[in-house]
Unconditional design. Sequence first.
Length: 353
Amino acid sequence: MTHSDFTPTLPLPAAPDDALRARVQAAIDGKTKPLGALGRLETLALQLALIQGSETPRLVQPQLVVFAADHGIAAQGVSAYPAEVTPQMVRNFLAGGAAVAVLARQHGLALTVADCGVAAEFEPHPLLVRLKVAGAEHGSADASAGPSMSRAQCETAIVQGRRLVAGLPGNALLLGEMGIGNTSAAALLMARLTGEPVGVCTGRGTGLDDAGLARKCAVLQRALDANAGARTPLAALAALGGLEIATMVGAVQQAAALSRVVVVDGFITTAAVAVAAALQPEILASCVFSHRSQELGHRRWLQDLGVQPLLDLDLRLGEGSGAALAWPLLESACRILAEMASFESAGVSRSSG
């Protein structure tokens, strides 16, 4: 793929008109309950209706995709776990033993594992899609010494994410990820996109102690300095991000272009959405943020994006586990709109206040 083949954004559907918003809000307000009594579930129901352009949104064939890749910066000791855990966990996903696999089974979510650049080769498996990028088959380079990807590699990853989602059925995409070192890539993107100091963006990841956290911050500052010229969203993604994050950017773009609901997991998936939103702010309207993670920068980044997550369970696992846990809330929001009686249909008296 040449640079001229790549477009940084995709056309998005027209914004929902005010009339649809008013009709859906009136339907919610007319349900047999005090005004606003279902709280955030009402806001969620309205959002889902606007994403689908329907007064009765329906969620069909939800797809949970775990985007996996290795990171060269892991060699700098930024994680409590060794890099070989990435391929080991991919095999655990495929075997059905990981948390996200358990939750996907529980909630009827189709699971796909995308190998975007894991430092291993896997046997063919029905759940596995190979999306390795030429020249970065075994992961990104060490961002503390220079760009983690070339611009062409980054663009290829984005296009592959778009193609993956275009080929999946259903109208909802749940984001998951796996990659030792990827909280570092996400923290670097947060620092560059928001201008926050690295210490505000960097957390303990898989469980670093105080000395490990200090070392991680120092490494990330070197990476920011080594890539000081990468300032635009795509330049920052190539220089500081990871192959799975870049692939997720394309996946989010394609899902939004197809009016699909995007369920965002934790800190790393938020990084991908933040890059996509930096290119097209309207993309945020398609995104439901499932939870606020324990990772230090996640709360601040969610605030910066102006979004409110559904859950706060002190999660820090990744994989898409938070997205899967939040999924029943989306189903409930749709059912409230479709099945809950109105005051008129149920013959219930309204408040006189």
